[in-house]
Ligand binder design. Structure first.
Ligand code: SF4
Length: 363
């Protein structure tokens, strides 16, 4: 009995030390970002959290500064056309976040008089604000005692606290339970633990190569104490970017940003260049396409509304202009894929259609 009581308290002490050491390390080593400055308002914190969810902080910073200069408040963003926000988002990736940010700004104006709410429930009720962002804004902007859990934190908790090689899959219930068990009572300390464990995961306890020699909790880490047992579940392998729908969505968005007047839908394959539907590579030059491919047609033919693909194929084969044919052939399967991706962008609110043209949305 006494033994088990002392082992429970030893474990409690170990956990407290992990928290205290991480906070001390963070206070001495944290990277300086403008949104960490105490003068940064809640809107700045919210924008930084939306931007940094799937993008590296170093890439976020210049874009965040640009956004805050253009739209220092939710009201200024809500008054801007969403197309401007998408255009400014540029190559930050996952541009749906730009649309969501604009929707969020509009809701803050309509529901909260232009002030970001401090309450987590009110934050959660905003469009496209989920468990992570609501907790992060409540903690980082308003010093609320809320559990913030992202991939980096999940990995630190899995390794240092639980002795597991990889983080568990994102799960709001488990995330909150694991983090609440460690969260200091004092909201200021809770905020430092939230931010510190995230920074520790980003800089030291990295996914592939944890820098244990530089880790402030190395002697407390359960995974290290167990001699780094391998993961019992296979880590998720990230899908290849080259040739992915994500890559082509990005290329269509870049096209729309570069053409404020929009482009003809049927011209998209030609404007983006031809690629092999089999290889899925966007890098393969048009010239390398097999001209005997039965599905090869020109983009104009592929999209001519009155032509079937067989008709289009025949008209391509009858063309005398071999050079033109070799440079303008587009795989119909690929062309259809691009059209369907363009449709998805319209459905997601990232683009709009006027008759046969696609363009950035207008408010
Ligand atoms: S000792 Fe290594 S594995 Fe453990 S928390 Fe630190 S960096 Fe991560």
């Amino acid at each position: 009995m006494n033994g088990s009581v002392s082992s429970v308290s030893a474990e409690a002490v170990r956990r407290q030390q992990i928290v205290a050491r991480t906070i001390a390390w963070f206070q001495a080593n944290q990277r300086e970002f403008p949104w960490r400055d105490p003068s940064c308002g809640a809107w700045g914190v919210l924008v930084s959290e939306v931007m940094s969810q799937q993008t590296q902080m170093s890439r976020v910073e210049p874009k965040w500064l640009e956004f805050m200069a253009l739209w220092p408040t939710p009201t200024t963003m809500a008054q801007s056309p969403v197309a401007e926000v998408i255009r400014c988002w540029d190559r930050l990736g996952y541009p749906r976040r730009a649309v969501n940010l604009h929707r969020c700004a509009t809701a803050i104006v309509e529901l909260h008089n232009g002030e970001v709410p401090s309450d987590r429930e009110a934050l959660l009720a905003l469009p496209a604000i989920g468990a992570y962002t609501s907790a992060a804004v409540a903690s980082f902007a308003f010093n609320k005692r809320e559990p913030v859990v992202d991939t980096n934190i999940r990995r630190v908790l899995a390794r240092a606290v639980n002795g597991e090689a990889v983080a568990w899959p994102a799960n709001v219930k488990r995330d909150d339970t694991e983090m609440m068990a460690l969260l200091p009572e004092d909201p200021d300390q809770a905020k430092l633990w939230n931010a510190g464990s995230m920074e520790l995961g980003a800089l030291i306890c990295q996914s592939k190569k944890p820098l244990c020699d530089a880790c402030p909790v190395a002697d407390l880490c359960e995974w290290r104490a167990r001699d780094y047992p391998a993961a019992t579940v296979k880590p998720r392998v990230q899908a290849k970017f080259a040739g992915s729908d994500r890559q082509y969505r990005g290329r269509i968005m870049a096209l729309l940003r570069a053409h404020p007047e929009g482009v003809e839908l049927e011209d998209i394959p030609q404007l983006l260049g031809s690629v092999s539907a089999q290889s899925g590579s966007s890098e393969r030059p048009t010239e390398s396409r097999q001209t005997t491919d039965r599905t090869a047609v020109t983009s104009a033919e592929a999209f001519h509304s009155s032509e079937t693909s067989a008709d289009a194929c025949r008209s391509s084969e009858s063309s005398a202009d071999t050079d033109r044919r070799s440079t303008m052939r587009v795989d119909i399967t690929h062309a259809e894929r691009l059209l369907s991706l363009a449709d998805a962008l319209i459905a997601d609110g990232l683009a709009a259609r006027t008759e046969s043209r696609i363009h950035l949305p207008v408010n």
